[in-house]
Write a protein that binds this ligand. Structure first.
Ligand code: CP
Length: 290
């Protein structure tokens, strides 16, 4: 049984094949590849992009989609997460996509079910499909990405997106530089800076991240605006530089990225979202036997 818990679950060769399929799926045409298959999504944390992207991906492949509304599920009556998973598994799904606030949940659930588990984001641990679609977006823009430099800017310590990107980008020969205030940075062997200006003339990509206030034990900044004063990607900061901007969403406008840069052609944020559906189609096709 193959699962996607973190990006290491796929070899670089598998990722190349996945991207070839995702490129075909960019046509947004409906297919019958997963006809008669069932995909369940269970999101214990809120989501706009990942959940709808997986559901559209599954439907475009012809699968049936069951989306468990956690707030109305029997979790609220005291059923354990593992019993919830085992009961859903007993209905014979072909894949379960799960998001949970606790790191490690998808990995543990994989032992309780007889179908692939796809990690839709677990705590601050991993968000593998986000990293895959980020890499896919970079490859579509640059072609060859070996030797490119990516500055990940923001709340890196609490970010599953950063973790998955650091892991994946390192494997494909992209240098990752971490930029943020000291409180937002993890212990790392990577290059670290506390100001975007220090690295802006050497990077090809800026990946901005949201301040994950829901994961902060203490309030770090008096307000998000204070953080934005130092780390917002503004048109003034960017100037005419040939750098693309990525952000996994949700964006805190004028804190992470300003209004001008959100609509600048160098911003690939909505392209990431579009690419995400195609990449998730390729992931579901790969994991589900048909
Ligand atoms: N990128 C991402 O995980 O967005 P959502 O939280 O909206 O799914």
């Amino acid at each position: 049984m193959n699962h996607l818990i973190n990006t290491r679950d796929f070899s670089l060769e598998e990722i190349e094949q996945l991207f070839e399929r995702a490129t075909e799926f960019l046509d947004e045409k409906p297919r019958e590849i997963l006809k008669n298959k069932t995909v369940i999504t269970i999101f214990f944390e809120n989501s706009t992009r990942t959940r709808s992207s997986f559901e559209i991906a599954a439907k475009r492949l012809g699968a049936m989609v069951v989306s468990l509304d956690v707030s109305r599920s029997s979790s609220s009556k005291g059923e354990t997460l593992f019993d919830t998973a085992a009961n859903l598994d007993a209905m014979g799904p072909d894949a379960i996509v799960v998001r949970h606030k606790s790191s490690g949940v998808p990995h543990i659930l994989a032992n309780y079910v007889n179908c692939p588990i796809v990690n839709g984001g677990d705590g601050s641990h991993a968000h593998p499909t986000q990293a895959l679609l980020d890499l896919f977006t970079m490859k579509r823009h640059f072609g060859d990405i070996k030797g490119k430099k990516v500055a990940i800017v923001g709340d890196i310590k609490n970010s599953r997106v950063a973790n998955s990107n650091i892991e994946l980008l390192g494997r494909v020969g992209v240098e990752v530089i971490l930029v943020g205030p000291p409180h937002f940075l993890p212990q790392t062997d990577l290059r670290v800076h506390h100001s975007i200006e220090e690295v802006i003339d050497e990077v090809d990509v800026i990946m901005s991240l949201r301040a994950q206030t829901e994961r902060h034990a203490n309030q770090i900044y008096a307000s998000l605006k204070d953080y934005g004063t130092d780390f917002c990607i503004t048109s003034k900061l960017m100037g005419e530089r040939d750098i693309i901007i990525l952000h996994p969403g949700p964006v805190h406008r004028n804190v992470d990225v300003d209004d001008f840069m959100m609509k600048d052609p160098r911003s690939k944020i909505l392209e990431q979202v579009k690419n995400g559906v195609a990449v998730r189609m390729a992931v579901l096709e790969k994991l589900i036997e048909h």
